[in-house]
Design a protein around this ligand. Structure first.
Ligand SMILES: Nc1nc2c(c(=O)[nH]1)N[C@H]1C(S)=C(S)[C@@H](COP(=O)(O)O)O[C@H]1N2
Ligand SMILES: [Mo]
Length: 199
């Protein structure tokens, strides 16, 4: 222990790498979409959380943006090997959206406008690690990057951060999404380099 305060050297210790294995740094913000960018008007936009019992919790645009907001600064890691560090977002924590939702489910299947899906354990949406994000770098989130709103779950590979997010279904049994069905890893931890099934 030195006499400097723990935060003195920034939030990473020098021994900790900023980049997960097999990743390279990029300054720009690549766009990766499996299909066309859906147009989602704000006056019909909604986000729906449903549970394994069929209970539904809905937020329209005014309701979502009227909730307490967080401004996470996070590193992004795409399975195609680019990483972008220190990105700034604004959105609503999944902890808040899940607060008071009574469920015995352990899995989540995220749905997007346009039909994209991706799955993750429900636990990974908790603990200050996931947001419905609608602003990026001080401006409304661009449509190509998932606007009006996208899931942001940066501790997993970026394919888990569903753009144009429309809802999340809480499930008792794990159900693979779009890329997971195509052979990508079910969990996708960049630090364990879980790119493909079997990694
Ligand atoms: N709805 C939807 N979300 C998506 C995708 C997609 O094709 N459709 N691609 C995923 C993948 S593979 C990546 S790497 C990131 C890319 O986000 P970006 O285009 O903002 O860089 O979005 C993820 N979320
Ligand atoms: Mo990706």
């Amino acid at each position: 222990m030195g006499i400097v305060s723990p935060g003195f050297q920034g939030r990473r210790r020098s021994a900790e790498p900023a980049l997960p294995p097999g990743q390279y740094l990029t300054e720009d913000f690549p766009v990766l979409s499996a299909g066309p960018t859906p147009k989602v008007p704000l006056d019909t936009w909604e986000f729906v959380l449903s549970t394994e019992t069929g209970a539904e919790f809905r937020w329209n645009w005014a309701e979502l943006t009227g909730l307490p907001q967080e401004t996470p600064t996070v590193d992004l890691h795409c399975v195609t090997r680019w990483s972008k560090l220190g990105t700034s977002w604004q959105g609503v924590s999944l902890d808040l959206l899940l607060d008071g939702v009574d469920t015995a489910a352990r899995y989540a299947l995220v749905h997007s406008y346009g039909g994209y899906t991706t799955n993750l354990p429900l636990d990974d949406l908790r603990g200050g690690r996931a947001w419905v994000a609608h602003r990026y770098d001080g401006a409304p989130l661009a449509a190509e990057h998932g606007g009006p709103a996208r899931l942001l779950v940066p501790h997993l590979y970026l394919w888990k951060s569903a753009k144009w997010v429309r809802g999340i279904r809480l499930l008792v049994d794990d159900q693979p999404g779009f890329w997971e069905t195509a052979g990508y890893h079910d969990y996708g931890d960049p630090w364990r380099e879980q790119r493909y099934q079997g990694d």
